[in-house]
Design a protein around this ligand. Sequence first.
Ligand code: ZN
Length: 77
Amino acid sequence: MIHTTVHTARKAHWCDQCGRRCIKPGERYVKGKVSPGHDLINETPRWITYRECDECANRYGRGHLTATDNTPPAVTP
Ligand SMILES: [Zn+2]
């Protein structure tokens, strides 16, 4: 399984997904924890954590997680 949480960076981090975009202090990013044996990482025996910049979060359909605008979508009657 993958457990994702959203954090605001307190210091700069490199994104583990694209490996080139720096997550700057104050930016929101997704932190994922992948359980041992998950298909994605070929049965590693331990938990793996990764960080993902907001650009990657958007690319993989998780943009809502890092969106700073928390206004709920308009509801039509
Ligand atoms: Zn990235």
